[in-house]
Design a protein around this ligand. Structure first.
Ligand code: GAR
Length: 192
């Protein structure tokens, strides 16, 4: 029997990864992107959700507590797998307990380096550049109660040239994210 997956995407920013994931799974019948959840009212991902005709929920800190709006929304949408795509808030314990090994995140660097609170977006690339790293990349990992510390599932690397700057590194990393995140999600679900 083919299992059906209902995915929720959590995002706080532009949402290029969310859009890329929605498009990738559009033709895969048993994997449904049920909704996008966003904790920043002005985040562009909300516009993308509207354009893509994906149900979305905007929520605040209170809504993210146990027995509140986010929990009931996930239940209502029958969500059984959660993908963080540029989501910049800590995942509460109730959610980790409720979705064991069913929440994954993408980080724009080669963890365990350049992870932790405050390490997101260009902050990461700036630190990588300042430390004169010769390579950077992406890490896809399970989510636990600490930022960027869950087991790594997949990494991909890209070289850093002497001519690179924050913007060019961001572009290289984004290319890897868009190429690999949907494929890795697909593989994880296949093995569940
Ligand atoms: C991505 O680069 C993702 O790796 C990063 O936020 C960006 C979101 O881009 N996530 C983190 O830094 C998490 N610590 P997007 O909104 O265009 O998908």
């Amino acid at each position: 029997m083919i299992r059906k997956f209902n995915l929720a995407l959590f995002a706080s920013g532009s949402g290029t990864n969310a859009e890329n994931i929605v498009n990738y799974f559009a033709k895969i019948m048993n994997i449904n992107i049920s909704c996008i959840l966003c904790n920043k009212p002005d985040a562009y991902v909300v516009e993308r959700a509207k354009k893509l005709k994906i149900d979305y929920l905007l929520f605040n800190k209170q809504d993210f507590q146990k027995n509140a709006k986010v929990e009931s929304y996930l239940l209502e949408k029958n969500v059984n797998f959660i993908v963080l795509a540029g989501f910049l808030s800590l995942i509460p314990e109730w959610m980790i307990e409720k979705y064991p090994h069913r929440i994954i995140n993408i980080h724009p660097a080669l963890l365990p380096k350049y992870g932790g609170k405050g390490m997101y977006g260009n902050n990461v690339h700036k630190a990588v550049l300042e430390n004169k790293e010769k390579e950077t990349g992406i890490s896809i990992h399970y989510v636990n109660k600490n930022y960027d510390e869950g087991n790594v599932i997949f990494q991909a690397k890209t070289d850093i040239e002497l001519t690179d700057n924050v913007e060019s590194i961001a572009k290289k990393v984004q290319k890897l994210e868009h190429k690999y995140y949907p494929i890795v999600i697909d593989k994880i679900l296949l093995n569940l």
